[in-house]
Design a protein around this ligand. Structure first.
Ligand SMILES: [Zn+2]
Ligand SMILES: [Zn+2]
Ligand SMILES: [Zn+2]
Length: 136
C-alpha cells in the first residue's frame, strides 16, 4: 500500500491527517518486511522525542484496526508492516533471515474446517517461515 492510499483511507474513516500519523506511515514505506514495534518507536522518536510508547502503540493498533497496517508476533515481539496491496484475506511467507515477506492469496481454513465440525471458529493465524530465494 502506498502512503497516499493509507492517508486517504484514514481520512475516509474520519481520522485527521496529523504529522505524527504521516511520519509513522513513512517508516513503513518501501519496506516489504515486518518491523518490530521497538524499532518503529526508535525511529519515530527521532522526529518526536517526547512521544510516549503508549501513544505510538495506540496509533499502531488504530492503523491495524483500520487495515492500514498488518500485525504479527515474531520472536515474542509485535511487528507491523504496511498492508499488502492484495485484495482481502491473505497470509504471508516470512523470511527468517532478512524478514522480507511475500503475500499468499490462499487460505488453508477451508480444509481445516472439515476437521472442526461443530466448533465455532472465531479467528485464525497462518504464517509460513523459511528462507526467501535471496537468502536460501
Ligand atoms: Zn499482507
Ligand atoms: Zn530473505
Ligand atoms: Zn486465512
Amino acid at each position: 500500500m502506498k502512503i497516499e492510499t493509507a492517508l486517504e483511507k484514514l481520512k475516509a474513516k474520519g481520522y485527521k491527517r496529523t504529522k505524527q500519523r504521516e511520519r509513522m506511515l513513512e517508516i513503513f514505506v518501501n519496506q516489504d518486511s515486518y518491523i518490530a514495534a521497538k524499532e518503529i518507536i526508535k525511529q519515530f522518536q527521532k522526529d518526536f522525542p517526547g512521544v510516549s510508547y503508549d501513544t505510538v502503540y495506540r496509533n499502531l493498533y488504530l492503523l491495524t484496526d483500520e487495515e492500514i497496517l498488518e500485525a504479527t508476533e515474531l520472536g515474542g515481539e509485535k511487528h507491523f508492516r504496511l498492508s499488502c496491496d492484495t485484495h482481502g484475506h491473505h497470509h504471508h511467507f516470512i523470511c527468517t533471515t532478512c524478514g522480507r515477506t511475500k503475500s499468499i492469496e490462499f487460505c488453508p481454513m477451508e480444509k481445516v474446517e472439515d476437521n472442526l465440525q461443530g466448533y465455532d471458529i472465531e479467528n485464525h493465524k497462518f504464517e509460513i517461515y523459511g528462507k526467501c530465494p535471496t537468502c536460501a
